[in-house]
Ligand binder design. Structure first.
Ligand code: NDP
Length: 337
């Protein structure tokens, strides 16, 4: 069976050749009295943070991928062999595993059973999983969203952004999103119910774009991109605004000495802005259950819609990952193994 290996540490934008899909001879067996579980991967999540694990320096504190070894991350899988009373053959599980078509999980450690009878299994990698919880934590716990707030979110058509915008609508905010194509902008306004949206790639002046689309200023900025957009936001914040630092994808593929330097930070002083960064992992144990219950309700009632960008075949993982960094994905990017 096949697995995805880090071939080279990317320099700048990741290239298809920085990853390699190769055959592995590893046996898929479960020994008696081992408590082990063997799974077949169904879906692999494509997440921007993998780029940070392909680096020389461990900025996230999650450990780094090693050159020549399999890379790993969020997956949904099906149990195919089990010596563990907690897992039956046919169970659907969520895990953080090597991107290998089959994986033997010692003692079934850290696998979480999920119910794939009501929603597609892939939802646990997106709207009912890590990216969805990220949106909820950022908007509700950190941004303290309330009715009437003017909310702005970047990478708005992606995994996190689409949930941020729709949750903000449920909470009674006015929400504006920016994204990198006209197709995405249309999706935001028609499918996801954003009040307004624009294509940042065709705007000559980001400050003017914000003034046009958010004439009453910004109360919450959910920042997925950092850089120039974050800088323009400082010129448009209202008194007491909250800036939720979730990601900075515009800077992930830029060498340190070439990164964008923020010029308008003083607005944060003048407007008494609260800025807070976060990693969702810190909130999972305490809040995932509560979040999943709330979101399942919205999905059933049709208050939240969900869009996935599905790539088929593990051999296409390298191009799907490169595509995530250039905005080819419309919605949450997943790979169907
Ligand atoms: P997305 O589904 O949004 O995919 C990434 C998107 O980023 C692309 O589709 C592209 O959309 C956009 N993008 C790429 N390059 C640039 C650029 N130079 N400038 C602006 N936008 C760019 O990914 P996720 O929703 O999974 O992640 C969104 C952000 O949230 C990322 O920064 C990620 O690291 C962060 N994150 C943080 C977590 C945390 O715990 N803090 C947890 C999960 C995610 P477009 O066409 O619009 O350019």
């Amino acid at each position: 069976h096949k697995q995805v290996v880090l071939a080279a540490i990317p320099k700048g934008m990741p290239k298809v050749t920085d990853l390699r899909v190769e055959e592995t001879e590893t046996d898929v067996v479960v020994q008696p009295d081992s408590n082990d579980v063997a799974v077949k991967l169904l879906y692999i999540s494509l997440d921007p943070y993998y780029r940070e694990l392909m680096a020389e320096e461990d900025l996230l504190g999650l450990g780094l991928y090693k050159k020549g070894e399999p890379i790993y991350g969020g997956v949904v899988a099906e149990v195919v062999l089990s010596d563990n009373p907690d897992f039956q053959v046919g169970d659907t599980v969520l895990g953080n595993l090597n991107f290998s078509e089959y994986v033997v999980v010692p003692k079934g450690q850290d696998l979480i059973k999920v119910d794939a009878s009501q929603v597609p299994a892939s939802y646990y990698l997106g709207v009912l999983g890590m990216p969805g919880l990220t949106a909820w934590v950022g908007l509700k716990l950190i941004g303290k969203a309330k009715a009437g707030d003017q909310v702005f979110v970047t990478a708005a058509a992606g995994a996190v952004g689409q949930v941020v915008g729709q949750l903000a609508k449920v909470y009674g905010c006015r929400v504006v999103g920016s994204a990198g194509s006209d197709e995405k902008v249309k999706l935001l306004k028609t499918e996801f119910g954003f009040d307004d949206a624009y294509n940042y790639k065709t705007e000559a002046d980001l400050d003017k774009a914000l003034k046009r689309h958010l004439p009453n200023g910004i109360d919450i900025y959910f920042d997925n991109v950092g850089g120039e957009t974050l800088d323009a936001v400082f010129k448009n914040v209202n008194m007491g605004a909250r800036i939720v630092l979730c990601g900075a994808i515009s800077q992930y593929n830029v060498a340190e000495d070439k990164r964008y330097g923020i010029k308008n930070l003083f607005s944060a002083v003048a407007k008494a802005v609260k800025m807070e960064g976060f990693l969702v992992g810190k909130y999972t144990a305490e809040h995932m259950g509560e979040y999943a219950t709330e979101m399942s309700g919205y999905l059933k009632e049709g208050k939240v819609k969900y869009r996935e960008h599905v790539t088929k075949g593990i051999e296409n993982f390298p191009s799907a990952f490169a595509g995530l960094m250039t905005g080819e994905n419309v919605g949450k990017s997943v790979l169907r193994v």
